[in-house]
Ligand binder design. Sequence first.
Ligand code: ADP
Ligand code: SR1
Ligand code: MG
Ligand code: MG
Ligand code: MG
Length: 408
Amino acid sequence: MEYRELDVSSIIEYLLSVDEVASYFGGDDLKADEIGDGNLNYVYLVSSVSDSNKALIVKQAVPYLRCVGEEFALGRERMTYEIRALSKFKEIAPDFVPDIYHVSEDMSIVVMQYLENHIILRGGLTDAKKYPNFSEHVSSYLADTLFKTSSLYLNSTLKRKLIDEFNSNTELCKLTEDFVFTFAYMQNETNDADNVKDNPLAQKLFSDMEFKEKVLDLKYKFMTSTDALIHGDLHTGSIMLNENETFVIDPEFAYVGPFGFDIGALLANLANNYVHHTIVTKDEEFKEYLLETIKEIIELFESKFLKLWEVQKNSALLIDGYIDDKTAQKYREKFVKRILQESIGFAGCKMARRVFGVAGVAEIRGIEDKQKRHDAEALVLKIAREFVMKYEKIDSAEQVLEIIKVNS
Ligand code: ADP
Ligand code: SR1
Ligand code: MG
Ligand code: MG
Ligand code: MG
């Protein structure tokens, strides 16, 4: 089939030509609304006119970057990687990935389960909503997806096959290299120009060579590590949840990269949310909840990852009988501490990119009061800088919380 960009009317005709989808709707009349709020793609809610229980989500990649416009060309092959990643993550962590009804690489489309009773985590946290199962769920998702796609679990052949399948996702990796690790810390036309202009905070950041040198190390890790299949864009806008269920969506940035990048993305977004509540709502109880969530995610991830590893006797890295149990245990513990350290380094970059870079987030850039927005941005940069400068020395969740609290 030849690719064409769909809209709210042509999408219905297309879906009715797909057997799995047509039979899901059973001949009902359909309606479609575009509901995408992301930076890259179009997302449609397609539902039955007569039966509101029947609804699906259709996501289509277009050959440009949605948030900039058609002048910013971007290959729609990103949907091929999203399709591959959704299917791999569904296999590994079925409870946390939506059901897939139909995919088409030609049309750059995925049709998936409508998460009707779930909301985007970023919005929930900004409204100070607590999710009692979130840390448990997301730590399982992270431990399972990272461990089971790494050389600590796979054999050498399967690991290299995974790299072949994912590591030509070059355009989206390059977006991260540019927008997370580079442009947001220098004069660049893609930055939020109104805010950069005559802003001493921007001047200070752009001339902070110590910070920028450390960011280079982290960028290099991002560009060269092949630890595990990562989601690649695991901010709080890529998680939909309610009190009982958690789903991870939008893995188009997936590639085999560093262990710490997804964990870092998540912690960064929780820390930025903490900054929002520090400056805007001053909701001390919710701030405590966010800190507790950060701690739980780190500690649960570590213990679940170690538990998976303890029972894995053979892998590309380690075979049974190579070292004694005591040495193996010490080795694993040290290894997991390095993942935490690297996660905090990445978290620093993922926090700081939101201040002047192209893709702002509502809880910081959306603060309407100018002084408060400035204060929030200053605080984000302060914590982010500490993370980036000190990540190699961190060895507990408590130290991470300390950095956030002492600087707030
Ligand atoms: P992008 O790649 O453009 O960021 P996303 O996959 O993040 O696109 O989707 C954009 C928005 O569409 C999400 O923020 C969410 O509001 C909505 N959405 C995406 N997938 C689903 C789903 N399965 N169920 C309900 N809403 C969804
Ligand atoms: C210009 S790319 C904008 C950002 O949106 C995605 O969600 C990624 O975070 C990317 O960096
Ligand atoms: Mg998204
Ligand atoms: Mg996306
Ligand atoms: Mg981020």
